[in-house]
Structure formats: C-alpha cells, structure tokens
Ligand binder design. Structure first.
Ligand code: FAD
Ligand code: FES
Length: 272
C-alpha cells in the first residue's frame, strides 16, 4: 500500500487494503482497513472519508467514524449501516480489494482527566466513535471501569450494536429499545435522566439521532453537566473546502462546519 500524500496537515490520502468486510447483522457491517501508519495518532471522535476504487459512482467520498484501531496498530476499523448507494457498494467489497481513505479528519472528543465520572450515550449507529472513546479511556488512559456508564439505545434488538465491546471493557451498559425487543422500552435519554438525578457525571459524551442529542443537550444544561456531541451532516469534501456541512452556531452571527470545527462539539455551542 502506497502513501499517496498529505493533502493537509496530518491528514493523509491513501489506498487502503480491505482486511475484512463482515456482515454483523441485518444492515450492519464492520470493515477493517490496512494502512501504512498514517493513522497512528487518530483520536476518538475523528473520522475518515472513503471512496471506492474503480467504480464510477458515487464520485464523492463518504464519512465514517473510526470505530477501532486494529490491534498492533495495523489499521482502522469502521462500523457502518447500509443506507444508500455508497454504503451499498461498500457492503459488496471483498477482502483484498482497496478503497481510497482520507483522514484522520476533524476534531475528536476532548478527553477528561483520569477517573472523572463519564456517561456515554449512543443511539443506533452513533455508537461507532463511542466504542473507540471507551477503549481509549479504559485501555490507553487507564480509567477505572466503574467511572464510566454506558447508555445504549436502538430502534430494536437488531439495531443494538457493540454491547460486547463495552462489557468486555468491564463497563456497565443500560439498554433501551423503541419497540421493547431488548432492554427497557423507552428512549435512551430516559435512563440517562434517571441516572443524572442520582449521580452527576463530569461529562456526557454522545452520538446518535438529532432528537436524542437535542434532548441530552437540554438535560446537560439543566443539570449543569458538560456534554460533548458528535454530529453528522451530509459531507462532500470532509476538510473545510465545500462548506456543505454548515450547522448553526448558538452565536447567531456564524456557522460552524462539522468536518472542520467538529464533528465533536460542546452542546452549548451549536443550535440543535
Ligand atoms: C462525521 C460523520 C461520521 C459518520 N460515521 C458513520 C459511521 O461510523 N457509520 C455509519 O454507518 N455512518 C456514519 N456516518 C453517516 C454516513 O456517512 C452515511 O450513512 C453515508 O454517507 C451514506 O452514504 P450512502 O451513499 O450509502 O447514502 P446516500 O445514498 O447518500 O443517502 C441515503 C440516505 O441516507 C441519508 N444520509 C446520507 N448521509 C447522511 C448523514 N451523514 N447523516 C444522516 N443521513 C444521511 C440521505 O439523506 C438519504 O436519505 C457518518 C457521518 C458523518 C458526517
Ligand atoms: S464537508 Fe466540505 S466543508 Fe465540510
């Protein structure tokens, strides 16, 4: 695999060999990508832009959070849901083929001091960057598992992802589904609020549907807790050139760009 260069700062464009592309449930896949070492310093919350080689469409790259750094720092793994054209093509890629990868991109999560109390709240596929965050906190930073509580929500049992990733780190996981097929039948924000009433964390990290993040941002404000959210928008370039990923700042005079200013924001800074 050849390093094709550094378009900007520490961001690399490479051809990455697909190490695996495994279907893990109905519409979800995990793809391992070999890289030459450029992602060594990738931080939880950063993402990559992928484009499929030798295919005419889709021309644009698509953003995916880094879900895991492969053991031995051999590459990155992404976790994705098939929703449209690019993810459909991605799901058909075989081991040994290659994809164009650009990254690591964006600002990751601001990491807390050791052993402050952390809530991690994931909705659906939003869990991907939070698995990387949890393993970084426990594995690299030496956080006690008891200082982190995970809230995992999904539409149904089939959409519940990564529970084992968290439990294997020794983390307590509260599960909710909209249809009651697993865990409590409610929104994931319900057990978060119940837990906030008992113990306030120092920080909440969240990624999921916009409604979930708005609700968490409001709760965090009410309870006086810092909340960092990882946002998703449609992206064309991924590094601040097309301006297609603008979101409104709370400061009405300006827009923020999810690819460059985010994707992780303090929930007090963006209009949700
Ligand atoms: C920073 C960031 C990180 C992301 N991380 C992941 C991840 O780890 N795993 C994962 O599965 N997906 C992730 N996404 C979303 C992923 O990029 C889109 O699902 C993908 O681009 C869809 O491409 P497609 O060609 O298959 O779908 P398209 O054909 O382009 O679209 C299919 C449908 O999905 C909607 N859609 C497309 N992109 C988005 C988006 N960004 N947000 C919400 N709806 C969208 C479209 O409006 C349309 O309804 C992330 C997005 C961002 C911005
Ligand atoms: S995706 Fe182009 S500026 Fe953000």
């Amino acid at each position: 695999m050849k390093d094709e260069g550094r378009p900007n700062g520490n961001m690399f464009l490479e051809k990455a060999q697909v190490l695996w592309n495994k279907k893990i449930s109905s519409a979800y896949f995990k793809m391992g990508l070999k890289w030459s070492g450029s992602f060594y310093d990738a931080k939880p919350g950063q993402f990559v832009m992928l484009r499929i080689d030798n295919r005419i469409a889709p021309l644009l790259r698509r953003p995916f959070s880094i879900y895991r750094i492969i053991e031995g720092k051999k590459g990155v793994e992404i976790l994705y849901r098939v929703v449209g054209e690019c993810t459909g093509i991605l799901s058909e890629i075989r081991e040994g083929e290659s994809v164009d990868i650009l990254g690591p991109l964006g600002n990751g999560f601001s990491l807390p001091k050791k052993d402050v109390r952390v809530f991690i709240v994931a909705g659906g596929i939003g869990v991907a960057p939070l698995v990387f965050l949890s393993s970084y906190l426990v594995g690299e930073k030496g956080f006690a598992a008891s200082s982190i509580k995970v809230f995992l929500g999904a539409r149904s049992k089939d959409d519940l992802l990564c529970r084992d990733d968290f439990t294997s780190l020794g983390l307590e996981v509260a599960i909710t589904t909209d249809d009651g097929s697993e865990g409590e039948t409610c929104m994931v924000t319900n057990p978060v609020e119940a837990a906030l009433k008992k113990t306030r964390p120092d920080v909440i990290y969240a990624c999921g549907p916009s409604g979930m993040m708005k609700c968490l941002a409001d709760m965090a404000e009410n309870y006086g807790v810092t909340c960092q959210i990882s946002m998703e928008t449609v992206m064309a370039c991924g590094f601040g050139v097309c301006l297609g990923c603008a979101v409104e700042s709370k400061d009405e005079s300006k827009y923020l760009h999810v690819c460059k200013d985010g994707p992780v924001f303090d929930s007090r800074d963006v209009r949700l």
